[in-house]
Design a protein around this ligand. Sequence first.
Ligand SMILES: Cc1ncc(COP(=O)(O)O)c(C=O)c1O
Length: 387
Amino acid sequence: MVDHIYLDYAATTPVDPRVLNAMLPYFNETFGNPSSVHRYGQQAEAAVESARETVATALNCRPDEIVFTSCGSESDNLAIRGTALAMREKTGANWILTSRAEHHAVSKTAEQLKKHYGFQVEWLETDETGMVSPETVERVFRKDTAIVSVMYANNEIGTVNPVAEIAAICRTHHVPFHTDAVQAAAYLPVDARSLGVDLISLGAHKFYGPKGIGMLYVRQGTPIFPLQTGGGQESGRRAGTQNVPYIVGFAEALRLTAEERQQRIAHVRPLRDRIIGTVLEEIPDSRLTGHPITRLPNHSSFTFKGMDGNLLLTLLDTAGFACSSGSACKTGNPEPSEVMTAIGLSREWGLGSLRVTLGAGTKPSQVDAFLKALPGIVQQARALNRG
Ligand SMILES: Cc1ncc(COP(=O)(O)O)c(C=O)c1O
């Protein structure tokens, strides 16, 4: 049995042992409900509020602008549906502007708002690297826009968008701007003030925190309705007893990420560059997807002409490598993902995508082993595809 090599850090990361240690006391020692009046409750509440302050420091914002949620997807839902509904009530605005390369947590929310809530959606085109330009946003802007949402960094192809410039345009139109920073937060500073955005989604499991905990930054004064109604937790923006150990874990993971950002980048970037250089040089009919420079430092992504990306993943897994693809196929009727279509790839290219994402545990020897094995495995996948 080959030792398995994990090259899918954009899907999720292992919990940092330091994060786990910070969380443990909050399962059964300091276990109170933060809403309770007694001292058990006060201790739990102190932990949540201290975590909120840590997160606010990392985001350069006020603690009361942080709303803890259950994941990145929930944060995206709360930002878009919560703000679209509140803006419509406030101003009558009913357009949603979002890009064609968003994560489904954003795009499916926009589609639902169109289908069931009577909103209109303007899909922003990207260029061939998946980037949304500020000019595109300016060109299609409508005065009755309720919210604009453009991701900070793309999960499938790693491209980093000019969100500060897009935020500035939205500000001149007095329209809230949301960015999904779920992928970006592991490597890019998420400074709410200097980005100038109104809503930011994060999820802890992309930066060595636990799964099942997220956060939405809501700039003071941004209109937003809660999606989950009930108790008054999170200043009435998200009902439900707070997940104290996971909130503590979220804060510790984000604090460590901010503190260790430069070392983490220095570790992954040269390995990523080696992967990109070698793949493009050694594998015929291969292309890099996403931006060649303005991309996440741990992220490499490719397409191979005339290949089934899912077959490639299966062969890679059998050979001991855990990677990912952008194809939405789980059913035997493969279709290129929306992102592959947004960047203009034909079906012939769009089905053969591969994403290789690195992290703290990636060793140079693992990258060597992967690069040694990949050309043969691609060849095998192509032969099986033809056969
Ligand atoms: C860009 C982006 N947005 C949102 C999500 C959803 O986050 P979660 O898994 O925490 O719901 C992901 C997860 O892959 C993502 O990459």
